[in-house]
Design a protein around this ligand. Structure first.
Ligand code: LLP
Length: 421
């Protein structure tokens, strides 16, 4: 469920009409519903608890939507944070998420990032390779600390979905094999600078079938049992993120309750705490991208282009993954027309969709890209020197700009002409 409904002033986010926000803040603009964010987090966590999972750590995947205000909404409800860079760790800390609820993942953490995370005292660093483990041990040794580490295992399970976001096959760059994990775990437990606390997996994103997850989690259970049988201490099993959301054109994904019931079955009786790293399922349907129609350009051969003021730099998912986003009129319109919906960026790839049946639009109309709260603003860039898209958070009928649109002066001030030119 989300909180984007039509009211007397057209499509609204909770009690705030999108047209009003667009008039005040300008377009393009991302708009998020606090109530939806809170609801998605609570539903996810409560489903786990209802399935018998005691005190789960729900570490929201910051990469999905990293705005500090969004993180604060979730952190205040008890969310932890799954982070993949020093920047994300800093964002989570700035949002008030305690370090003991922060997981630091990522394939190529630098020495500096590891040092920062260790000093901050994060709950665990998810180790992706043997060289990384060695680096963490050296950095922890130099700091006189004991690093809490968990091993990210690549369960070699195909999760379906788009190839660019599948991570769980052994040909992908992520994680170590089961055999390596067992060996490294035992080694680490004999290293004074390392404290192995668990194992982790994450097999992909936008997963709409529980079968591959079940297969991966069952293998992870086997690994935990093996480590425990070897007398090693295992506190936590981190099952990653990946649960899909409905984008209107794809199979209805399993609900958090279905997911939780499956996890409950697979992990029943396992004497470790569970952690999760959901991103999309929390944020995607909590946000929309509002954009204005600049022109309707009709080609002589009949093709109609809806040229928007939003582009691939603001929402890259369609260009990058052929992703589908529902497009709705902010003010309801009757009738139908077939459009190619494009942005102003100078690339053919700057196409949101082709041959989409939509209501008829005219220049100046507002459209909303639905389900854009995850991997939308977080992946935006300033390509074509288009100012970074702003973000607004709604709470009932009040709202606030939670990331400003930069001015051109700010953008230009970042570039430096060396004195020798
Ligand atoms: N944990 C790890 C280690 C991850 O790599 C990811 C996502 C997550 C958790 C969160 O996954 P989620 O619950 O959101 O599926 N930009 C792409 C998605 C990339 C996902 C990368 N990893 C998109 O727009 O579809």
């Amino acid at each position: 469920m989300n909180h984007f409904e039509y009211g007397p002033e057209g499509l609204a986010c909770e009690g705030a009409p999108l047209a009003r926000i667009a008039a005040e803040v300008g377009t393009p603009v991302y708009v998020y519903s606090r109530a939806t964010l809170a609801r998605h987090f609570t539903v996810f966590r409560d489903a786990l608890v209802a399935a018998g999972i005691v005190d789960p750590l729900v570490a929201y995947a910051v990469k999905a939507n990293s705005n500090v205000a969004v993180l604060k909404v979730l952190g205040d409800l008890g969310a932890g944070a799954d982070t993949v860079s020093e920047g994300e760790v800093r964002r989570a800390l700035a949002a008030g998420i305690p370090a003991e609820r922060i997981v630091f993942s990522g394939v190529g953490k630098t020495r500096r990032e590891i040092e920062f995370a260790l000093r901050a005292g994060v709950a665990e660093i998810n180790v992706e390779s043997e060289p990384e483990l060695d680096l963490i041990a050296r950095v922890a040794g130099a700091l006189g600390l004991r690093a809490k580490v968990a091993f990210r295992v690549n369960p070699d399970v195909a999760a379906g979905g788009h190839a660019k976001i599948a991570t769980g096959k052994s040909e992908n760059k992520f994680g170590v094999s089961f055999a390596e994990a067992a060996r490294l775990y035992a080694n680490a437990s004999n290293n004074a600078n390392l404290e192995p606390v668990g194992v982790a997996c994450h097999i992909g994103s936008q997963i709409t079938d529980l079968a591959p997850m079940r297969a991966a989690f069952a293998k992870m259970r086997g690994l935990v049992e093996q480590l425990l049988a070897e007398g090693l201490s295992v506190e936590r099993l981190d099952l990653g993120g990946g649960l899909g959301v409905p984008y209107f054109n794809n199979p209805e994904p399993p609900s958090p309750a279905d997911f939780a019931a499956m996890v409950g079955e697979v992990t029943k009786g396992l004497p470790v705490k569970l952690a999760f790293e959901p991103g999309r399922v929390i944020a995607a349907n909590a946000g929309v991208l509002v954009s204005e129609v600049i022109h309707v350009h009709e080609r002589p051969e009949g093709r109609k282009f809806l040229v928007l003021d939003a582009a691939m730099n603001d929402l890259v998912r369609p260009a990058m993954y052929d992703a589908f986003h529902d497009i709705r009129p902010v003010i309801p319109r009757t009738g139908e027309a077939v459009y190619d919906v494009v942005g102003p960026v100078c690339e053919t790839g700057d196409t949101f969709t082709r041959d989409r049946v939509l209501p008829p639009f005219a220049a100046g109309d507002l459209v909303a890209f639905m389900s854009a709260g995850a991997y939308g603003a977080a992946m935006a860039s300033e390509y074509n020197t288009r100012p970074l898209v702003p973000e607004v958070l709604v709470d009932g009928d009040r709202y606030a700009v939670i990331r400003q649109r930069p001015t051109y002066d700010e953008i230009l001030a970042r570039d430096v002409i060396p004195e020798w030119i």
